[in-house]
Design a protein around this ligand. Structure first.
Ligand code: TYC
Length: 99
């Protein structure tokens, strides 16, 4: 290989972007339903799910997990589909992490 190419090439190591999946509070979604979502789609224990649900209820939002963009978007789609199928207005969004 041409030496000038290898000697001048800068190492390009980009870390993959990470995305948080958040649940948002609303006045209508049942607390038990939010706990079920956290267990079913984010593999949380009953206790952790209760704690996250309460945090969202009190503070307005809470983190369910941190993922690659693909996985985060899939989680959001799954939560929204499950919520609409069960007539719950629960909102779930992704937020890019700036590390
Ligand atoms: N605020 C809702 C209630 O009082 C409960 C709730 C919690 C809704 C978390 C959404 O992401 C949520 N029934």
């Amino acid at each position: 290989m041409d030496k000038t190419l290898t000697q001048t090439a800068k190492p390009k190591i980009k870390q993959p972007k990470r995305f948080q999946v958040l649940l948002l509070n609303d006045d209508y979604t049942m607390m038990e339903f939010v706990i079920e979502v956290l267990k079913r789609f984010f593999s949380k224990s009953e206790e952790t799910a209760q704690a996250i649900m309460l945090k969202v209820h009190i503070e307005g939002e809470g983190v369910c997990g941190t993922y690659s963009h693909d996985i985060a978007q899939t989680k959001v789609s799954q939560v929204l589909e499950f919520s609409r199928n069960n007539e719950q207005p629960l909102m779930c969004v992704i937020r890019e992490l700036n590390d």
